[in-house]
Unconditional design. Structure first.
Length: 92
Protein backbone atom coordinates (compact mmCIF):
# COMPACT_ATOMS: atom_id res chain seq x y z
CA UNK A 1 0.00 0.00 0.00
CA UNK A 2 2.97 2.31 0.29
CA UNK A 3 3.34 2.43 -3.51
CA UNK A 4 2.16 5.55 -5.32
CA UNK A 5 -0.87 5.19 -7.56
CA UNK A 6 -0.15 5.90 -11.22
CA UNK A 7 -2.95 7.97 -12.75
CA UNK A 8 -3.52 8.42 -16.44
CA UNK A 9 -2.33 11.77 -17.82
CA UNK A 10 -4.93 14.27 -19.02
CA UNK A 11 -5.74 14.41 -22.69
CA UNK A 12 -4.65 17.50 -24.58
CA UNK A 13 -7.43 19.93 -25.55
CA UNK A 14 -8.34 19.95 -29.22
CA UNK A 15 -7.69 23.08 -31.24
CA UNK A 16 -10.81 25.16 -31.78
CA UNK A 17 -11.85 26.03 -35.29
CA UNK A 18 -11.40 29.64 -36.21
CA UNK A 19 -14.86 30.08 -37.77
CA UNK A 20 -17.16 28.21 -35.39
CA UNK A 21 -19.79 30.98 -35.73
CA UNK A 22 -20.84 31.29 -39.37
CA UNK A 23 -22.22 34.81 -38.92
CA UNK A 24 -19.00 36.31 -40.26
CA UNK A 25 -19.29 34.53 -43.60
CA UNK A 26 -22.55 36.08 -44.83
CA UNK A 27 -24.09 38.63 -42.46
CA UNK A 28 -27.22 39.02 -44.63
CA UNK A 29 -28.07 35.35 -44.09
CA UNK A 30 -28.31 35.90 -40.33
CA UNK A 31 -30.08 39.28 -40.38
CA UNK A 32 -33.75 39.62 -39.45
CA UNK A 33 -35.99 39.59 -42.50
CA UNK A 34 -38.82 41.54 -40.84
CA UNK A 35 -37.75 44.03 -38.14
CA UNK A 36 -41.41 44.73 -37.31
CA UNK A 37 -41.98 41.06 -36.55
CA UNK A 38 -38.91 41.07 -34.29
CA UNK A 39 -40.28 44.08 -32.41
CA UNK A 40 -43.71 42.45 -31.95
CA UNK A 41 -42.13 39.19 -30.78
CA UNK A 42 -39.92 41.01 -28.25
CA UNK A 43 -42.90 43.00 -26.94
CA UNK A 44 -45.03 39.87 -26.65
CA UNK A 45 -42.34 37.91 -24.78
CA UNK A 46 -41.93 40.86 -22.40
CA UNK A 47 -45.71 40.98 -21.83
CA UNK A 48 -45.84 37.23 -21.13
CA UNK A 49 -43.01 37.49 -18.61
CA UNK A 50 -44.69 40.49 -16.94
CA UNK A 51 -48.06 38.72 -16.82
CA UNK A 52 -46.39 35.75 -15.11
CA UNK A 53 -45.30 38.08 -12.30
CA UNK A 54 -48.82 39.42 -11.75
CA UNK A 55 -50.78 36.15 -11.70
CA UNK A 56 -53.28 36.19 -8.82
CA UNK A 57 -52.61 33.57 -6.16
CA UNK A 58 -55.26 30.87 -5.93
CA UNK A 59 -56.21 29.39 -2.58
CA UNK A 60 -55.50 25.68 -3.07
CA UNK A 61 -56.73 24.53 0.34
CA UNK A 62 -59.73 22.21 -0.22
CA UNK A 63 -63.04 23.09 1.42
CA UNK A 64 -63.73 19.49 2.50
CA UNK A 65 -60.91 17.48 4.07
CA UNK A 66 -59.84 14.33 2.20
CA UNK A 67 -61.41 11.01 3.25
CA UNK A 68 -59.75 9.20 6.12
CA UNK A 69 -60.43 5.61 5.07
CA UNK A 70 -59.93 4.00 1.68
CA UNK A 71 -61.44 0.53 1.26
CA UNK A 72 -60.03 -1.94 -1.25
CA UNK A 73 -62.82 -3.95 -2.88
CA UNK A 74 -62.37 -6.97 -5.13
CA UNK A 75 -60.13 -9.97 -5.57
CA UNK A 76 -56.32 -9.67 -5.50
CA UNK A 77 -54.96 -8.15 -8.68
CA UNK A 78 -58.06 -6.04 -9.31
CA UNK A 79 -57.89 -2.56 -7.88
CA UNK A 80 -61.21 -0.91 -7.06
CA UNK A 81 -61.05 1.87 -4.51
CA UNK A 82 -64.06 3.27 -2.68
CA UNK A 83 -63.68 6.42 -0.66
CA UNK A 84 -65.65 6.50 2.56
CA UNK A 85 -66.61 10.03 3.65
CA UNK A 86 -65.78 11.19 7.18
CA UNK A 87 -69.42 11.12 8.34
CA UNK A 88 -69.84 7.43 7.43
CA UNK A 89 -66.38 6.52 8.71
CA UNK A 90 -67.28 7.75 12.17
CA UNK A 91 -70.46 5.65 12.24
CA UNK A 92 -68.80 2.46 10.98
Amino acid sequence: MSEEQANKPHRKAKDKKKNSNHAGVNPKAFAYAKPGKLHRQAARSHDVKEKRLHVPLVDRIPEDPPPLIVAVVGPPGVCFFIEIPEERAKSV
